[in-house]
Write a protein that binds this ligand. Sequence first.
Ligand SMILES: [Zn+2]
Length: 461
Amino acid sequence: MKIKLTLLSSLILVSGLVKAQDSLMIRNIYDEELVNGQCYSNLHYLCKNIGQRISGSENAQKAIEWGKKLMEGYGFDKVFLQPVMVPHWVRGAKEEGAIIKGDQRISVHIAALGMSVATPKNGITAPVIEVQSLKELETLGKDAIQGKIVFFNRPFDPKFIETLYAYGTAGDQRFAGPAAAAKFGAVGVIVRSLTESLDYYPHTGATLYVKDGVNIPAAAISTIEANKLSTMLKMRSLPAVKFYFKQNCQTLPDAPSFNVVAEMKGSENPNKFITVGGHLDSWDLAEGAHDDGTGIVQSVEALRLLKVMGYKPKNSIRAVFFINEENGDRGGEKYAELANDNKEEHIAAIESDLGGFTPRGFTFEGVSPALLKSINTNWGPLLAPYGSGVLAAGGGGSDIGPLKAKSKNVVLIGYLPDSQRYFDVHHTPNDVFENVNKRELELGAASMASLIYLIDTHGLN
Ligand SMILES: [Zn+2]
């Protein structure tokens, strides 16, 4: 009995010491970041000296070269590129434009959806049919839709607390709407921008055509103008409202590109990996500051922090700048394929791709309730004082997603910032450096470095 008590008290003592060590390390990570952080100035360079960097573009290549140089400058053990072919879609040189033709002509803001085809040279003019869902197309049938422009106008559901879920449930209109409308003989598609906010920004984003389907041109319209169009369509006194739009986009042959990878070698398990990343490509309308410049600079910053702390990881730790998340996910797929070919075992992969807003915590994909409980019990109290204590079930991210199929034990983790303002800027001309807050960005980078430290030190099982 006495022995048991002694053993128990020494165990408590050891676990107390471990907690104190962890707590001190995390405090030091935050101190270093908040005093000497570099992610904000790195983001400034990426946004202002390179700017938009859609896959296959000259700017994407510049961003790759910048990323490699940045990583090399930090003196990690290894920096390398992973070649991958990517889709090369371009918006085209001539201006896009759209007009609602009712009793008067009203110019409105549109942006071609990524991967969309162009309209004919002089644009398309056709009557409009408004729908709320893909299912409604079936109810209406070919007779009602043929020869028309289908206008998908289902707004974000404001009842979701995390806006990502509103995006997820409204998103089918953009991803799949154009292909579905084409089957019923539509000549074009206009999609209400995927945002809660009411403004004049069209939000682009990829649409997916189906193999052997007819590819019709598709564009996003700003939410204010979507409301205007909807109101005009409902006014019986007006002659049939028509819509005109013109866009010049095209898909060129696939282009060579790269993921950029930095690595700190593990001292005990060099072939076991913890990966942290974001995507280097962005849409072409702005600087891709929140999507996903912030994820990129936070990922490399997490490694820099561990390095300047003098931390020697047990497992190998990587920062990955994935290419082509926006319109193909080829970078994420290539990373997983190479991990498999090289027999690398991934313990965990963390992705930051929900904007650089105030950190809340992390979401863990497909982990058992027991593991999630132990993560919360052991690490929650260490992260909560920094505002990152939400450790919940949820998604990892699309760049790290393909790792799951290749490496079944990997735990996929999504960085979870506050989501209320992300869709104000997401895929718009307003996704610029000025809309990123330095302190919020830095707190996020420090939270990612802290989680990597905890996973590397204590494992994830
Ligand atoms: Zn993104």
